[in-house]
Ligand binder design. Structure first.
Ligand SMILES: *Cc1c(COP(=O)(O)O)cnc(C)c1O
Length: 399
């Protein structure tokens, strides 16, 4: 019986050029982003310039984490304590957590069978809030023309959470370029790896000046290379609190050489995704998520549905795959576990049951595809999953 022996949590090493850049920062001792010398703008300011250029945005800001970027975006668009903010029911805990960190209240919007935000549910709830924090969860991008039309019709400010879509596109437009502001994570499991870190982009000068101040720029904002003109800060500098969450030069140094490789890395993820997808295709009882042609996704993880299976049968598949070295995550578990939790588990936020979404959530099986896996590894993983899904069904547990 075949067994997979790779690690689902093993990312690639940091590139040598990034290690060299990090060592140079450490030798200088100047790790704080504003601790710069002479004409050297520092790695953090250079990263912002590089990232703004890569995303085609006017402005970029590097911060301490993706979750911090989300909270900063919410504050910068003017969300206040007690405000309601629409967001996905299918996402990771830092998303509703960012809303709660402002004393604001998440309003959960359901998930479709395509694993994107349910646009009908969004339309039904749109008048409850002025802001939508849209999570492109696990890299699934909804119909962005329909979504932006809905936002316009209901006067919703769109913040994009692109933690899983850095480098992805919808109809040729980079993910993160549809909303007023977009947030990214550079935490180890995302598309760039600095351990922790976040980025934020926008074309809105006032919003970005606030975000820079919020991130803890003190009055040193003229040192940024991808921020609005210092004159814009005059209007916000007295009434924007410093909620310290800067990125340091060391992490920025690690990220810049990785950013230069982003397109290549994204293609490598998607090649792995396509091999797993092909290996799982037409497995009875297993539903793949068909990706729309408009979506140039980044296949850094893959999901499939065991729709209307019993919890016991799904758990049997997970256990049998785990015994053969294939680590699957399940979004349907009653209890939060590892990185995975459900909207009802976020009890600080009110939620009414969403039966159609619950049916989907209960069916979602999720797997990371680190770039340390070869294409042959991916084919093997798919064979194992396929065999175990069939075995559980033949044992009569599946239905
Ligand atoms: C990882 C993640 C975040 C938060 O990023 P951190 O850098 O870990 O704070 C936000 N949203 C989603 C969907 C994520 O996966």
């Amino acid at each position: 019986m075949e067994r997979f022996t790779g690690s689902f949590t093993q990312q690639e090493p940091i590139p040598e050029a990034a290690i060299a850049a990090a060592v140079a920062v450490m030798r200088s001792g100047r790790l704080h982003r504003y601790n710069t010398l002479g004409d050297d703008p520092g790695e953090a300011a250079l990263l912002e310039q590089d990232f703004a250029a890569a995303m085609g945005a006017k402005y970029a800001l590097a911060v301490a984490s993706g979750g911090y970027a989300l909270a900063t975006a919410l504050r910068a668009v003017g969300v206040k304590p007690g405000d309601r903010v629409l967001t996905n029911a299918f996402t990771l805990a830092p998303v509703p957590g960012a809303i709660a960190s402002l004393g604001a209240v998440p309003v959960f919007v359901g998930v479709s069978e395509a694993l994107t935000i349910d646009l009908d549910d969004l339309a039904a709830k749109a008048d409850q809030a002025e802001v939508l924090l849209l999570s492109h969860m696990r890299g699934h991008i909804c119909d962005m023309e329909a979504l932006t039309a809905l936002c316009r019709a209901h006067d919703l400010t769109l913040i994009e959470d692109c933690a899983h879509t850095m480098g992805a596109r919808w109809n040729g437009v980079l993910s993160g370029r549809h909303g007023r502001v977009a947030c990214y994570s550079t935490q180890t499991y995302k598309h760039l790896n600095s351990g922790e870190g976040g980025l934020l982009i926008s074309d809105d000068a006032d919003l970005m000046a606030r975000a820079v101040m919020l991130s803890g720029s003190y009055m040193l904002y003229p040192r940024h290379l991808a921020a609005p003109d210092p004159a814009v800060f005059e209007a916000v500098k007295y009434d924007t609190p410093n909620i310290s969450g800067r990125m340091d030069n060391l992490r920025a140094a690690i990220l810049r050489p990785q950013l230069a490789q982003l397109t290549t890395q994204c293609a490598a993820w998607t090649a792995r995704y396509r091999v797993v997808e092909a290996g799982l295709r037409e497995t009875p009882g297993l539903r793949l998520i068909e990706r729309p042609e408009a979506e140039e996704f980044v296949g850094s993880s893959i999901q499939f549905l065991l729709l209307d299976w019993s919890a016991e049968a799904i758990q049997a598949v997970l256990a049998r795959c785990a015994a053969r070295g294939v680590e699957l995550k399940w979004f349907g578990g009653a209890e939060p576990s590892g990185f995975t939790s459900r909207y009802e588990s976020w009890r600080y936020a009110p939620s009414a049951p969403m039966p159609a979404s619950d049916r989907v959530l209960k069916a979602i099986v999720d797997m990371r595809l680190p770039l340390t896996f070869t294409l042959a590894d991916c084919a093997l993983i798919a064979r194992i999953i396929r065999a175990e899904v069939l075995a559980v069904q033949q044992a009569g547990d599946g239905d």
